[in-house]
Write a protein that binds this ligand. Structure first.
Ligand code: ACM
Ligand code: ZN
Length: 532
C-alpha cells in the first residue's frame, strides 16, 4: 500500500513537472517561457518566410536542419504577412541578440532585435522539435522572451595537437550555433603542428604541418607510433570556414601562438630561434624550451608578415596571440635577447616577454585589430589594449579587470573540457576532474570584482585541448553534455538557472545528440553522473 502511494506521488509529481513547463525543454534556459495550448504542425513542405534579406541565412539554417535531421524539404522564401512561419526584425527590442518566439496552432513567429536575435530564435524553434527521427514534425504552443546574459559565449578547439578536417570544424561550428554561442577560438599553431597556410612562408605548413610520430598513451607515453602525422588548412579553406561561421553569427578568433609553443614554426625556419636549431616538430606533449627569439629583428618581421596574412583571412577584431607557457631559458643565454634587454632597459626576461607582446599589439592595433592573450601576458606588465583570457584560475582575470582590461574567463577549474568528466577516468585524458555539475554551476563574474570592474568580463569559453582527442568522436564525447551546461551558464539569467531542471532537460538533449549523430559521454547517458 505504502509502495503504491509512493509511486502515485512520484507519478503525480512528474505530471506536474510536465504541466508546469508544457514539456518545453530548451537549453540554454530562456529568460522567460510560457507554454500555450495546442501545437503547430509543420506539414510535409513547410514554408519559412523571412521579411528581410538579412534573415536569409537564418531561414537557410532551419531548412538545412530539417533536411539533415528529419529528411523534410522546407522552402525558405522572402515574404511577409500571412505566412505560417515568419522571421522578422523588431527594432523595439532592447538587447543585442534579443528575440521573441511565439508558436500556436496557426503560426510561428520569430522577431529579433537584430539578425543574430532571429538566429537565436531559430535555435529555440529547433529545440522545440521532436528529438526522434521519423516523429511527426510538430512544436508545442509557446511564448519565449529571451536574450543573452554575456556578450562572449565561446568554444575553443586545438587543431595543433591533433588535426581536424574542415568538415568536422564546420560540425563543431554548428554545435556552437545550436547552443546560442557566438565565438569560435581556433587554436591554429602549436609545437606539434602549424595548421594555417601562410603564402609568404610555405615551409610553415610543408615542414611545420607534419610530425614524424606521436607518443602512445598518456605522457610521457609508452612509446612512439612512428607515423607521420599532420595536415593544414589552405587559405581558401579558411575563408570558407569563416564564411560558414559568419552565416551562423559566430566570429572566429584565430590564435597564432607566440613567443612560446613555437616548435613547428622553428622547425620550418630555424633562424627564428635563439640557437638556430636544428629543431623538430614535437612528437610529445608539454612545454618546450625553444621559443621565438625576442632579440632578433627578423622574428618580428616574420611574425608581422604572418599576422598581416592572418588578418586578411579573419575579419575578427580580436586576434589571439597566445602568450602562455613561454620558458625563459633560451632568452637567458641568448646574446641577441640579452642585448635587447639592455637596449630597451628591461628588468628581466618577464619584461622581455612583455616587450614582445607590446610590439605585436602595436602592429595589430595599427591595422585596427585588438589582441587577446593568455593570462601570462600580465607578467612583466600588460600591453595597453590587451584582452586577457584567464586560464590559470580566475586570478589573472580579476587582476586584469581591476586594471580596466577586458577579460574572457576560461579557468582550468571550470572550463577545461579536456579534463575527465567522470571521477574514475573512462578513457585517457590530460587528467583533472571536471564533472557536469561544476561546469553548470560556473558563474563567470567573480565575487572579488565590484559591479564596475565586472563590466570588463565579457563572458567565458570552454577550452578543448586535443592531446588525448585524436578523432572527432572523442571531441564530441568530451564536449557533450558539458558544452550544453556551459551554454546555459553563459546565456541564461542566474534566476532562470536550475540544476534540477537542467537534469530534467538532459534526456531530450541526449536524444538530440543522437539525432545529430554525435557521440557523447556514455557515462552520462547511462545515468552514472547526472542522476546523483
Ligand atoms: C593553456 O592552457 N596553456 C592556455
Ligand atoms: Zn634570442
Amino acid at each position: 500500500m505504502k509502495k503504491t502511494l509512493m509511486s502515485f506521488a512520484l507519478f503525480a509529481a512528474s505530471l506536474t513537472t510536465v504541466a508546469q513547463d508544457g514539456g518545453i525543454h530548451i537549453i540554454p534556459e530562456p529568460v522567460k517561457v510560457t507554454s500555450g495550448k495546442g501545437q503547430f504542425i509543420l506539414g510535409k513542405k513547410p514554408v519559412i518566410a523571412y521579411a528581410d534579406e538579412k534573415l536569409k541565412n537564418s531561414a537557410a539554417f532551419l531548412t538545412d536542419y530539417l533536411e539533415k535531421n528529419y529528411g523534410v524539404s522546407a522552402d525558405a522564401q522572402k515574404g511577409g504577412a500571412g505566412k505560417k512561419i515568419l522571421l522578422s526584425l523588431d527594432p523595439t527590442l532592447q538587447q543585442d541578440g534579443e528575440y521573441r518566439f511565439v508558436s500556436d496552432a496557426k503560426s510561428v513567429t520569430i522577431k529579433g532585435k537584430d539578425p543574430a536575435g532571429v538566429f537565436y530564435g531559430i535555435q529555440t524553434f529547433i529545440q522545440l522539435l521532436p528529438v526522434e527521427k521519423g516523429a511527426a514534425l510538430v512544436i508545442p504552443a509557446a511564448q519565449v522572451e529571451d536574450y543573452p546574459r554575456f556578450a562572449y559565449r565561446g568554444m575553443h578547439l586545438d587543431v595543433g595537437r591533433h588535426f581536424f578536417s574542415v568538415d568536422f570544424v564546420k560540425k563543431y561550428i554548428d554545435y556552437i550555433a545550436l547552443h546560442k554561442m557566438n565565438y569560435f577560438h581556433w587554436h591554429l599553431t602549436e609545437d606539434q603542428g602549424w595548421r594555417i597556410e601562410i603564402k609568404k612562408y610555405p615551409k610553415l605548413t610543408e615542414v611545420g604541418g607534419f610530425r614524424n610520430g606521436t607518443i602512445i598513451g598518456r605522457y610521457p607515453g609508452t612509446g612512439n607510433d612512428n607515423q607521420r602525422y599532420g595536415g593544414y588548412y589552405t587559405q581558401d579553406e579558411i575563408r570558407e570556414v569563416v564564411r560558414y561561421a559568419a552565416a551562423r553569427h559566430i566570429t572566429i578568433i584565430p590564435e597564432i601562438e607566440l613567443p612560446g609553443h613555437a616548435l613547428a614554426a622553428l622547425t620550418s625556419y630555424p633562424e627564428l630561434g635563439c640557437t638556430g636549431g636544428p629543431y623538430a616538430v614535437a612528437q610529445t606533449w608539454g612545454v618546450f624550451d625553444d621559443v621565438f627569439c625576442a632579440g632578433k629583428e627578423s622574428t618580428f618581421t616574420f611574425l608581422q608578415n604572418v599576422l598581416d596574412e592572418v588578418i586578411t583571412l579573419f575579419p575578427s577584431t580580436y586576434i589571439h596571440i597566445g602568450g602562455d607557457e613561454c620558458p625563459k631559458k633560451r632568452w637567458e643565454t641568448c646574446p641577441d635577447c640579452q642585448k635587447r634587454i639592455k637596449d630597451e632597459n628591461l628588468k628581466d626576461e618577464h619584461e622581455l616577454q612583455s616587450y614582445f607582446i607590446r610590439r605585436i599589439e602595436k602592429h595589430l592595433n595599427s591595422k585596427g585589430r585588438q589582441i587577446i592573450g593568455w593570462d601570462e601576458i600580465l607578467e612583466g606588465g600588460l600591453a595597453p589594449n590587451a584582452t586577457v583570457m584567464s586560464w590559470r584560475g580566475e586570478k589573472g582575470g580579476i587582476e586584469a579587470a581591476k586594471q580596466k582590461h577586458k577579460v574572457i574567463m576560461t579557468p582550468n577549474s571550470h572550463c577545461y573540457i579536456d579534463h575527465s568528466q567522470s571521477k574514475k577516468e573512462d578513457s585517457v585524458t590530460i587528467g583533472g576532474y571536471l564533472p557536469l555539475e561544476k561546469v553548470y554551476g560556473y558563474d563567470p563574474l567573480p565575487a572579488a570584482l565590484t559591479a564596475e570592474e565586472a563590466q570588463y568580463v565579457l563572458g567565458a569559453q570552454g577550452n578543448v585541448w586535443t592531446e588525448y582527442m585524436r578523432y572527432p568522436s572523442k571531441v564530441e564525447y568530451m564536449i557533450f553534455p558539458r558544452m550544453s551546461a556551459l551554454a546555459e551558464a553563459l546565456w541564461s539569467p542566474k534566476a532562470a538557472k536550475s540544476w534540477e531542471k537542467f537534469n530534467q532537460k538532459l534526456p531530450a538533449m541526449y536524444k538530440r545528440y543522437d539525432l545529430w549523430q554525435s557521440d557523447y559521454s556514455k557515462a552520462y547517458k547511462n545515468g552514472e553522473q547526472w542522476v546523483k
